[in-house]
Unconditional design. Structure first.
Lengths: 341, 264, 296
């Protein structure tokens, strides 16, 4: 395995982690806030830009190279946390406005437009994040402190990304099986009933928006500190669509399905062709990839709209603790096949 | 109101009921759904709300529950003016309603449906992440209660089934159980037996009477007069948005106005 | 002031070709309730059909008609083969959006895969002499574009007001189930709607390319949101609203760009769309923004 290929593999792992975290965030926003956030990638971008301008030094250092705000040169992991916070905050603000009673497709339209406006603003307000050219030379965390070789550092980063993904996965499952998760799903299923039981529906939805937004921002930070560049072309609408396709293929409403979907679509489908021998003119493979994404989405929506790992009923065991289990031991036989209703 | 009834009835001015509505009105455009409606619901027993179709019963219940905003008038619960309270706040105070149709959380299991009714500290993001031991213990107690209820209503084998996979009657039972989990001070029932097969209706009725005997007051919209006869002490009669009469079924049967408007 | 009038003139030309597309979009969205994000790709296809004919020496007017016909057929085919089946399967309002975006990806990137990413331009089109109207400067070509738009709007007006099809379309846009119960042959109306909106879309593609002179396969996507902004502003399902919306969006964009920079032309349209969605989603003329079912 030559060095170039190793590097590529490490990159693939990092990309998987980034997509996975982002997709888990989108899943929460879509499933539980009930928001069709076609501008999701903007929140990832916000996280990326935040991490970037917090790790970079002041823009005057290399005069005239790039202009941007802040530039505080903060150490790891502060930019990471800040990125998640910005994602959460932005999502909450947007959520408060978006959760008004617009019918679903109008809401989707609004987000689509928001995404394009965001791109236009960042491109035109050059002092913000250096406009169309974007930011470069973004420092990677702990590079000097660890003093690893180029290849080794990439693998270390890949491992760090995987660990982070595992953490996020664990947190998402925790939240999913907590009373918050049950509230989320209850509000999704029947808003009026949820309110009739004392749930503040607006607040429940907003919490889902915020958590999803935090994950979006986090994924942006992880990505940008690896690829060290970030510009408006990195976060166009098709990226959001890829995430939605991952959810459709993998299955909504459960974290395992999300991971599967991310493996299937952005990784296998979109990165797979890199292993094929070059054919056709330049850009042919790229175009074909998008055609296939579109086709795959249609096929899955038709034949398996619930995804490869559809949502399943969560059994009682998920909720009760060990103490309760002991208490209920005599009952355990009964709640599986008791007297007919 | 003439006649002695076993359940205590509130008389105007003297002893206020648990729930009191004063001069409620609600119009939709030009249509007056509820007009100058006033009644009391006592703190014990099942209070019936009856009347022909279009009488405004569901609207009245909706206003009491907080789902519909009144055009004018006042709602008082447990001594507190709740006229401006959102429905989730009223629920938090113990005023809990059930729904006539599809009130269940379809993609939640029966157990989860029951759990949602009880607020715990794990329902905020910070609570869920940081105070896990606290809500784990609280949840244990809630689950134990839920399982008990499921046993009592003979639905234990459906604990892990999605509510959307249940029959109509079973969904109705889940609806009622869920309302009970919320530890209501007053339970609002909107035609709990509508569209349910006769055998299940008997069961629901039995359960409701048990709950009444356990001391839970209820306000129930019901069409079947025989059920009202058997279950309700205090009964409010509405027609065309107005209150026709308030008292026992015996009183109503003797009342000319009620007879001609509603009773056979 | 010296640059304002020309800016207004430019805005008027943009309004013209925008109106054609916006009317098509609003009719289709209003009657079928499908937010068709692949509308842009039909526009691209229309422009491409005309281009293929033009480089083979076909008269530009014939190419225009062919583009309209092509757009019509493709739109109806997309509905019959893809949108309607998915809707019947219960795709819902958001599901349909995913479907239409997928279709857009397949069409536009499919074209790109087959024909490449290079820019194309219509051969042998010259702007013609400049003409002064009320202090504004137009080229002959621009006036022709405006003329095409006006003719298209008149035809639409005649169809909607004086044919049974038009009356049925207006009825279905207001209340599909009522229309169905009143004996309006909804299936035929739906087909006619897709045909008509597809034709308008194809034609607008050609006029757009005539205006900007060179294009690639992403042109439809780039223009789509501006089209949607015009339609939503005027009120979905209201063709006259769409014309009004197109006028407003184009003029506003042009004037804003005049005082700031040309980059803000598009953004103005986007901001208008967001503002409408937040404040008055029914738009200027429509009362209806509540229908929930997709109409097949």
């Amino acid at each position: 395995m030559n060095a170039g290929f190793q590097l590529y593999l490490a990159t693939l792992v990092v990309y998987f982690a980034v997509y996975a975290i982002a997709a888990m965030g989108l899943s929460i926003q879509y499933s539980y806030a009930g928001v069709v956030n076609l501008a999701f990638i903007v929140f990832q971008a916000a996280g990326a830009y935040t991490a970037a301008v917090l790790t970079l030094g002041p823009d005057t250092r290399i005069a005239g190279f790039q202009t941007y705000i802040l530039g505080y040169e903060l150490p790891f992991p502060i930019p990471l946390i800040a990125a998640a916070a910005v994602g959460a905050l932005l999502s909450s603000v947007v959520g408060v406005i978006a959760l008004k009673k617009l019918r679903r497709d109008y809401q989707a339209m609004a987000f689509l437009v928001l995404s394009v406006i965001a791109t236009d603003l960042v491109t035109n307000l050059k002092g913000l994040f250096n406009g169309q050219a974007g930011l470069a030379l973004i420092p990677s965390p702990l590079q000097n402190e660890l003093g690893l070789s180029y290849g080794d550092y990439h693998w270390a980063y890949a491992i760090y990304a995987v660990v982070l993904t595992a953490l996020v996965y664990g947190v998402c499952r925790w939240l999913g099986n907590s009373p918050l998760g049950v509230s989320w799903r209850a509000t999704r299923d029947n808003e009026t009933s949820a309110a009739a039981l004392g749930k503040n529906v607006a607040r429940v939805r907003l919490s889902a928006m915020a958590v999803g937004g935090a994950l979006a921002g986090l994924s942006g930070a992880v990505l940008v500190q690896f690829i060290t560049v970030w510009e408006p072309n990195s976060w166009l609408f098709p990226e959001t669509f890829v995430l939605f396709t991952s959810l459709i293929v993998g299955g909504l409403g459960n974290s395992k399905g999300v991971l599967l979907g991310v493996l299937a679509v952005p990784i296998l489908l979109l990165q797979g062709p890199s292993f094929l021998p070059e054919f056709g003119r330049t850009g042919l493979v790229d175009s074909l990839e998008w055609v296939i994404v579109g086709l795959v989405t249609l096929v899955f929506l038709w034949f398996r709209p619930k995804g490869l790992l559809p949502e399943r009923p969560r059994r009682l065991d998920k909720y009760r603790s060990k103490g309760l289990q002991a208490l209920l031991r005599p009952r355990l036989n009964r709640d599986v096949g008791g007297p007919p209703a | 109101m003439i006649g002695v009834s076993p359940q205590p009835t509130a008389t105007v001015g003297e002893k206020h009921g648990l729930l009191r509505v004063d001069s409620l009105s609600r119009s939709y455009g030009g249509v007056k759904a509820v007009v100058d409606l006033s009644f009391d619901v006592p703190a014990s027993g099942i209070t019936g709300l009856i009347g022909p179709n279009g009488a405004g019963k569901s609207t009245a219940l909706g206003i009491v529950a907080g789902d519909i905003r009144q055009s004018s008038g006042r709602v008082t619960f447990d001594g507190r003016d709740i006229s401006d309270y959102a429905s989730h706040r009223r629920a938090q105070l113990g005023l809990v309603r059930t729904f006539q149709m599809s009130g269940e959380f379809g993609k939640l299991t029966v157990l989860e449906n029951l759990i949602t009714a009880v607020p715990t500290v794990g329902e905020s993001v910070s609570g869920a992440l940081l105070r896990r031991p606290a809500w784990r213990t609280a949840l244990d107690a809630v689950i134990a209660r839920a399982l008990e209820l499921l046993d009592r209503f003979d639905m234990a084998n459906k604990t892990d089934t999605w509510a959307s996979d249940l029959s109509g009657g079973q969904k109705r039972l889940v609806e009622i159980m869920r309302g009970l989990m919320a530890s209501p001070k007053l339970l609002l029932l909107d035609e709990p037996m509508a569209g349910v097969n006769p055998e299940l209706r008997k069961r629901i009725e039995t359960h409701l009477l048990e709950l009444r005997d356990d001391g839970l007051p209820m306000l129930m919209i019901e069409h079947e007069l025989s059920v009202v006869e058997r279950c309700c002490g205090h009964v409010i009669v509405m027609a065309r948005g107005l209150k026709l009469a308030e008292g026992t079924m015996a009183d109503h049967r003797a009342n000319e106005a009620v007879r001609s408007a509603y009773l056979a | 002031m010296s640059t304002l009038l020309p800016a207004i003139g430019f805005g008027l030309v943009t309004a013209a070709l925008l109106a054609i597309a916006a009317v098509g979009f609003t009719l289709q969205f209003g009657i079928t309730n499908v937010l068709n994000l692949s509308y842009g790709s039909v526009l691209t296809v229309g422009a491409f059909i005309a281009y293929l004919l033009a480089i083979r020496g076909v008269n530009i007017w014939l190419a225009l008609v062919a583009a309209g016909a092509g757009g019509a057929v493709i739109s109806m085919a997309l509905n019959r083969l893809i949108f309607a089946p998915f809707a019947r399967r219960g795709a819902g309002l958001f599901g349909m959006i995913i479907v239409t975006v997928s279709v857009q990806l397949v069409i536009e990137y499919g074209l790109q895969a087959a024909f490449g990413v290079n820019f194309m331009s219509f051969p042998g089109i010259d702007q013609g002499p400049t003409i002064h109207v009320l202090g504004m400067v137009f080229t002959e070509l621009q006036l022709i574009i405006v003329g095409i738009a006006v003719v298209a709007m008149i035809i639409i007006h005649l169809i909607l007001q004086y044919t049974r099809l038009g009356m049925a379309m207006r009825a279905t846009a207001t209340n599909p189930s009522l229309a169905r119960n009143a004996g309006v042959p909804t299936k035929r109306i739906i087909d006619a709607t897709w045909l008509l909106s597809g034709a308008l879309c194809g034609i607008s593609g050609v006029t757009l390319v005539l205006g900007i002179q060179s294009f690639d396969f992403t042109i439809g996507q780039k223009f789509l949101i501006t089209i949607i902004a015009s339609a939503v502003l005027g009120g979905i399902g209201q063709p006259y609203g769409a014309m009004l919306g197109a006028l407003t969006v184009a003029l506003a964009g042009s004037i804003v760009a005049n005082y700031t920079s040309s980059a803000y032309n598009e953004v103005t349209a986007f901001v208008i769309l967001i503002a409408v969605l937040l404040v008055r989603p029914q738009g200027i003329l429509s009362e209806v923004a509540t229908a929930k079912e997709v109409v097949t």
